[in-house]
Ligand binder design. Structure first.
Ligand SMILES: Nc1nc2c(ncn2[C@@H]2O[C@H](COP(=O)(O)OP(=O)(O)OP(=O)(O)O)[C@@H](O)[C@H]2O)c(=O)[nH]1
Ligand SMILES: [Mg+2]
Length: 319
């Protein structure tokens, strides 16, 4: 078994609306990294992460799966989470195990309810985030509009790190590259927007950048990570998992730019978490909606709180 330094590890979770393509993308990432010999498909029920009989029968992930792959000297632990809103508890409970969340958006459907919910949750909990726009093999013209929608809805800090080529058959990096054309802009324009955003974090770098006109992206690594941690930068990547477009480029982004466990936002774990925290966590796993279901859930939560507050009343509950 290989051994890795902490700096060489990436822990990431793929989250997003059901059908966005997280499981297909996981499969293609495993394939491109050489972890499997041939990619399975959700529709055939033979993917690595949807291995349970019900997942294969319904063609949807019902539980979070963990897969591991090696790429360019890094070991990437990837959590493929379910996108169905009914399983949001499963999805959110994966988050404390990772250093960054990758929210997958279906380019054919645009921003969906789970996209909004997960982006808001990740922001509220200070997670490093990136956005992956999948299914770019559809209507090419809409991608520029989708990017604008993402920036209008979430923040102008959502900045592409790569973009589809004009024919949509490849994806071109805009962080290390400085020239070329992409579907809805030019590489130079996107490169400048990205570098500007990163150097804004550091006055010295900004001064150097203004003097020189450009800056070596490799010299920006620490500042880039800081921008991710502070939510000042939410990189956007484009892929077509089905057609293997942008998948290798995404592996490179994970490996070179996503935070290692020492760089990501540290989240507090407490083994002996106090009663209130346990209660709050259970409460957070559901939306605040006034439906029959949430009323029932509210009662259940009250029962849970009672159990923690008055364990002597419930000797059989093992709290
Ligand atoms: N056209 C197109 N279809 C895709 C692409 N990626 C995935 N799909 C299809 O989209 C459907 C849903 O893909 P999944 O990978 O199961 O999506 P998911 O996000 O894991 O869905 P849940 O597990 O329900 O959250 C499947 O029929 C895939 O074949 C893509 O890049 N392009
Ligand atoms: Mg899935």
């Amino acid at each position: 078994m290989n051994s890795y330094r902490t700096e060489d590890i990436r822990n990431l979770a793929l989250m997003g609306q059901d059908g966005a393509g997280k499981t297909t993308l996981t499969e293609k990432l495993l394939y491109q990294a050489g972890a499997i010999n041939s990619p399975g498909s959700v529709d055939k029920g033979n993917t690595v992460s949807d291995f349970e009989p019900d997942e294969q029968r319904y063609h949807h992930s019902l539980h979070t799966s963990v897969v591991g792959l090696d790429y360019d000297g890094t070991h990437i632990n990837l959590l493929d989470t379910p996108g169905f809103p009914d399983f949001i508890g499963q999805t959110l409970s994966a988050a404390p195990a990772v250093d960054a969340l990758a929210i997958v958006i279906n380019a054919q459907n645009g921003i969906e309810p789970m996209t909004r919910r997960l982006m808001a949750w990740a922001e509220a909990h200070n997670y490093c985030r990136m956005i992956i726009v999948n299914k770019i093999d559809g209507e090419e013209k809409k991608l520029g509009q989708l990017l604008q929608d993402i920036r209008d809805t979430f923040s102008a800090d959502c900045i592409p790190i790569n973009a589809p080529s004009e024919d949509g058959k490849s994806v071109i990096d805009c962080f290390y590259n400085i020239s070329g054309d992409v579907a809805f802009s030019s590489v130079a324009e996107m490169h400048t927007a990205l570098i500007d955003q990163v150097v804004e974090m550091d006055d010295d770098l900004m001064e150097k950048y203004l003097e020189q006109g450009d800056i070596d992206p490799d010299a920006l690594h620490d500042t880039f990570e800081e921008a991710l941690r502070k939510g000042h930068l939410i990189p956007v990547c484009f892929v077509s998992a089905r057609n293997d477009v942008g998948v290798k480029e995404l592996l490179k982004v994970f490996s070179k730019l996503m935070p290692n466990p020492l760089e990501g936002t540290a989240h507090k774990f407490s083994i002996n978490s106090d009663k209130e925290e346990k209660y709050n966590r259970i409460k957070y796993s559901r939306p605040e909606r006034k439906t029959a279901c949430s009323e029932k859930l509210g009662k259940k939560l009250k029962d849970v709180k009672d159990i923690y507050d008055c364990p002597e009343k419930y000797p059989d509950r093992g709290v």
